[in-house]
Design a protein around this ligand. Structure first.
Ligand code: AP5
Length: 208
């Protein structure tokens, strides 16, 4: 498939989880603005410091900061044939800027109701060595690595409420924006991880 693919949905919908399989199949690199911001933060860069308070409060980082990150990332060699965006764009302004610099060929919207989101996010754990995402109930990690798993600083109940508010107010209007361009593919995110992946693959690539 030519162009870039966007993984779209509320926080905790399963964008990062599903990205792994799509990256393997398409060979497009995953471009997660959340991961890039967390890396900038842990490296103590100016951009990371600019983003810190917004991320910790569960608010969106200003468009200018995000667009700086993205335009640099898209100049890299591996982005030549498109990328898999995860968590970007998140505002109409970001989508409009993206349209000027890259072609988007599909937007996969993973739909999960708010009630399930809090449980997913509060139970999420990450393996810092491999980056693999687990969940205490839905995707338990092997016993041998449980001790090294970490929890994201913004994965607490009060921050999740703010992230959901930001999603509904600033991000969800983008679904209609992309739907009007005939790019939106809706997937039921309230199934098992495997079933969500299968639905994405049958709708996107006609394979399971
Ligand atoms: P970001 O890192 O993008 O976080 P997010 O959008 O809130 O998304 P998550 O990473 O929390 O969730 P996900 O959908 O990837 O779910 P996952 O697969 O992990 O952004 C963090 C912050 O950075 C933002 O709040 C903002 O401040 C800033 N930011 C980032 N991008 C920005 C932008 N473009 N503009 C402005 N600000 C930006 O799954 C979640 C859990 O559920 C896991 O434990 C997983 O195992 C489990 N799970 C997954 N699928 C299923 C399933 N089907 N059934 C049961 N459990 C499941």
């Amino acid at each position: 498939m030519k162009g870039s693919i966007v993984l779209f949905g509320p926080p905790g919908a399963g964008k990062g989880t599903q990205a792994t399989r799509i990256v393997e199949y398409t060979s497009k690199p995953q471009v997660s603005t959340g991961d890039m911001l967390r890396a900038a933060l842990s490296n103590g860069t100016e951009l990371g410091l600019e983003a810190k308070s917004f991320m910790e409060a569960g608010e969106l980082v200003p468009d200018g900061v995000i667009l700086r990150l993205i335009s640099e990332r898209l100049k890299m060699d591996d982005a030549r044939n498109g990328v898999l965006f995860d968590g970007f764009p998140r505002t109409i302004a970001q989508a409009e800027e993206l349209a000027k610099i890259a072609e988007v060929s599909a937007v996969i919207s993973i739909q999960v109701p708010d009630d399930s989101i809090v449980q997913r996010i509060v139970g999420r754990r990450m393996d810092p060595e491999t980056g693999e995402i687990f969940h205490v109930d839905f995707k338990p990690a092997p016993e041998s690595i449980v001790n090294r798993l970490v929890q994201r600083k913004d994965d607490n109940e009060s921050t999740v409420r703010n992230r959901l508010k930001a999603y509904h107010e600033q991000t969800s209007p983008l679904a209609t924006w992309y739907d009007n361009q005939g790019l939106l593919i809706r997937v039921n995110g309230e199934q098992t991880i495997k079933q969500v992946g299968d639905e994405i693959f049958s709708q996107m690539f006609s394979v399971r």
